[in-house]
Design a protein around this ligand. Sequence first.
Ligand SMILES: Cc1ncc(C[n+]2csc(CCOP(=O)(O)OP(=O)(O)O)c2C)c(N)n1
Length: 586
Amino acid sequence: MELMSGNEAIARGAWEAGATIGVAYPGTPSTETMESFARYEGVYAEWCTNEKVAVEVGVGASAAGARVLATMKHVGVNVAADPLLTAAYTGVNGGFVILAADDPGMYSSQNEQDSHFYALAAHIPSLDPSDSAEALEFAREAYEISERFDVPVMIRSTVRVSHTKTPVEVGEKLDYEQKAYEKDPAKWVMMPAFAKPRRKAQLARDAKLREWVEGCPFNQVEHKGTAVGVICAGAAYQHVVDALPEASILKLGVTWPLPQKLVADFAASVDDLYVVEEGSEYLTGQVKELGVKVSDFPAPLPKDGELSPGLIKRAFGIEVPAHDEAPDDVPGRPPALCAGCPHRLVFKELSRIKAIVTGDIGCYTLGTLPPLSSMDTCIDMGASVSMSHGFELALAGTDHRPVVAVIGDSTFGHSGLSSLITTVYNRGAGTVCILDNRTTAMTGRQGNPFNGVTLQNRPSRELDLVGVLEALGIEHVTQVNPHDMKAVRSAIKTATKEQADELSVIVFKAPCVLLHRERKPFFFVNADCHACGACATLGCPAISKDAETGIAAIDPMQCIGCGQCAQYCAFDAIEQTTSSAKGGAL
Ligand SMILES: Cc1ncc(C[n+]2csc(CCOP(=O)(O)OP(=O)(O)O)c2C)c(N)n1
């Protein structure tokens, strides 16, 4: 017996099933799955530039005969949807399993989505583990299902299942022999003449899957009483067990296709049937489509966010003791860029010149929050560059503010590059700031093409970012140290004023503070502080102001000695210690 998170258990299950190839782009709450899979013996695992590429590499490896694991967060499935929906036609050779990890409650995402809808659209089985033991079991079995029915299989997890550690029984690694590859264009070349019969094959497969799912042991009925019956899956099941100990439960381990007879029989065995699901109406809709009557909750169950036993109790009109729920008045702890973060001064300067800043997704999205208050927009990865092009087109000289896109190195590799090519091709203008902190920081410092670090530390090639930009034919490309206020200011000024009518790209290159482990002597505020507050406008968590006097202070435990603040002090009141005292813990 071992304690594993759902993500670790999925990796273990895939390894036990004989999966030898892992492909992913990081994204919370899925990331640790591939990091964990990569540590097993005999597997090859890699970060791809984005989820579409990951699924395509995966389809290639599956076609060639290997068992493959692909992992991504829910929004990554949007990116991968193109190959996924056609891979659902081609089917597989070696088993192909895709983890879609959803984030109800948006702990670290830009939206809430229910990936079940992709399984429905693609006609591929969706398996919903409710704890780590099931995550391991379902992942292991998913490969058999994939090969038996010639179909990619989705494991749909949520943050609670992916990140909670529960006991698992680990097994032995299966002695799986990679299949042979045989050329078969009618299966693998999806041109209309071949896709049409594959579409028919897909529909015929649906019927087989519907037959199989009726007897699939992943779906379980827990009979308690006949008054209330609840259909649920995944994390919602755990909350229902806590909230409604008297209710009978149909726990669905397979959420597409639904076991029609099992659902109908269960519904007939209870007086009132409810469907409890998180932030979605997928299951409710599927059950209703079978002609089964679903009762309304006595009080509304939220349609957004994560569920909890308390929320479910309330929906059923059960009183919830105060200690069951977190109080509403817990002080908020807004996230902030780390002390010494190389992104900080870029936002400070863009805010100072009142630029329109189209932002992107990464640590640097925090440049939106006060006191930097810099970013105007952020919707999905890569959008900063394409949206700035859109702003330029629509404003076309009618607004005096410069339009600046801000994007991280990993996000640029993910999809910013294709956006930039659109701007170059159409002779767009504006400034693009690439914040190259030498890592994919937001999701836990993964490697990417521009730092050349690979998941399994295999030899790689670090892409020359400036070289790539110059090769696109962009005339104004500069590289700047983002800790140097004057250099940052001057580069932004040149790009937004002198080169205002053209396209310019500034690469701000300095390692993330969590990578750069050398500690420098910390800074402190001396007696010359005039309480002007300039240093505090940087939003560095190490800097505070006395509530009454306004005099600044620097917390030596948090300061890492980057010296950004000292450059903003007009009174030379911020000094670096000369002693060997080092900055705070990293
Ligand atoms: C389609 C999609 N895939 C993955 C993610 C998860 N994610 C958010 S930001 C990010 C990368 C951030 O790295 P980078 O652009 O280098 O910025 P940094 O955090 O290092 O500042 C990732 C992978 C996402 N939000 N959307």
